[in-house]
Design a protein. Structure first.
Length: 237
């Protein structure tokens, strides 16, 4: 049984049919990436998994259990957390307070302190800035904070939405190295990423979305080598 199974997913925003038919399987321990142009439905797919939008058709199963209709906080309790597009940090709270919000559903205070320490060892730059207001961090540091905050919910499945958006190339390399590390330490990841080249390097499996439909799917290395994907998303034929 896949950890997450999205089967023939459909989502409407009012009269707009944002997703028509998306199917994705995420096996335990994998990084699976969704690639596609802007407006293809990648972020909406993540929002349907995390309970932020309600599907109008198809199924989303997590460990075999349907997620449809569950509120977002219940989905977090089940083991899914998201670092949203645009980072979504609380600018007027300190780094420490932002991290604490990631663990808001947890009562195991000693384990939370351990996980906080673990997150800060993955992101040493945040440790130096614990007392700083999150709004004063650089874009890359805010991205680190968003990912670290999501990890404090202790997810089995981490949803990452455009983690490299607006970051300098050097910071992009660092964020992707950290994504790989998080996965190697046991967290399964569903990654939405505009930078298809980096996404295909880090992922085990990839799904191409076009106009609200999943059109191609397979091992990331195979998709990276496919002429069709190279022409459309990697900028060379």
């Amino acid at each position: 049984m896949a950890l997450l199974e999205i089967d023939n997913l459909s989502v409407h925003y009012g009269a707009i049919h944002a997703i028509k038919s998306v199917s994705v399987r995420v096996e335990q321990g994998q990084i699976v990436t969704l690639i596609g142009s802007n407006g293809a439905g990648k972020t909406t797919t993540l929002r349907a998994v995390s309970g932020m939008v309600r599907p109008t058709g198809g199924r989303v199963l997590y460990q075999g259990r349907p997620l449809a209709g569950l509120p977002a906080h219940k989905i977090v309790r089940m083991g899914i957390s998201q670092a949203p597009e645009g980072r979504g940090v609380f600018a007027n709270l300190t780094v420490r307070e932002n991290l604490g919000l990631g663990a808001y559903i947890r009562k195991d205070h000693a384990a939370v302190a351990q996980d906080m320490d673990k997150a800060l060892s993955i992101f040493p730059r945040l440790r130096e800035r614990l007392g700083q207001m999150a709004g004063t961090l650089s874009g890359g540091e805010q991205q680190m904070l968003a990912i670290a905050r999501a990890l404090l919910a202790r997810p089995r499945l981490l949803l990452l939405d455009e983690p490299s958006l607006g970051l300098a190339p050097q910071m992009v390399q660092l964020i992707f190295r950290i994504i790989r590390e998080i996965n190697q330490s046991g967290t399964t990841i569903l990654l939405v990423e505009q930078n298809a080249h980096m996404a295909l390097q880090v992922a085990h499996h990839a799904v191409v979305l076009e106009v609200g439909q999943s059109t191609l799917s397979g091992p990331a290395a195979d998709l990276a080598a496919s002429d069709e994907v190279r022409k459309a998303y990697l900028g060379h034929g």
